[in-house]
Design a protein. Structure first.
Length: 140
């Protein structure tokens, strides 16, 4: 079942973000960002709950870019607990967010994924996403 994230889900989502990044994240920074996101009108957090356990998470950020004709969406994080992968949870989460984006009248959804995440690339391509941008970063 897909539900809206709430403040009390902070630790569950923190655990999933650590799984996604394969490291322990700065929890103070995470908490600050999570609470700001919950308070934002342009950020949506959704959880996949199986029985009483949170096993999946996705976020949708709405962007208001001047170089687009309409607002756009961005999937910033998508993660499924390692023990629950292969059960279509990620597919359900991404389809849920796509429906939300249509409801909001968004022009498109974009996302970034690391070059080494080959399974993620295949997953997104299977769901109709195409790679048509380069994403550059510079460590500061």
């Amino acid at each position: 079942m897909i539900i809206n994230a709430r403040k009390e889900h902070l630790n569950d989502i923190y655990h999933l973000m650590c799984v996604l990044e394969n490291k322990e994240l700065n929890k103070t920074h995470f908490e600050k960002c999570y609470i700001l996101g919950l308070e934002s009108e342009d950020i949506y957090y959704y959880l996949y709950q199986y029985e009483d356990k949170i096993v999946g998470y996705i976020s949708l950020y709405v962007h208001h870019y001047m170089h687009h004709d309409c607002d756009t969406g961005e999937i910033v994080e998508l993660v499924v607990d390692e023990n629950c992968r292969g059960q279509k949870i990620g597919s359900q989460l991404i389809e849920y967010v796509e429906e939300k984006a249509r409801y909001l009248g968004l022009e498109e959804i974009e996302l970034s994924t690391s070059t080494y995440r080959k399974k993620a690339h295949k997953f997104y391509e299977t769901h109709g996403y195409i790679m048509n941008h380069y994403n550059y970063i510079k460590k500061l």
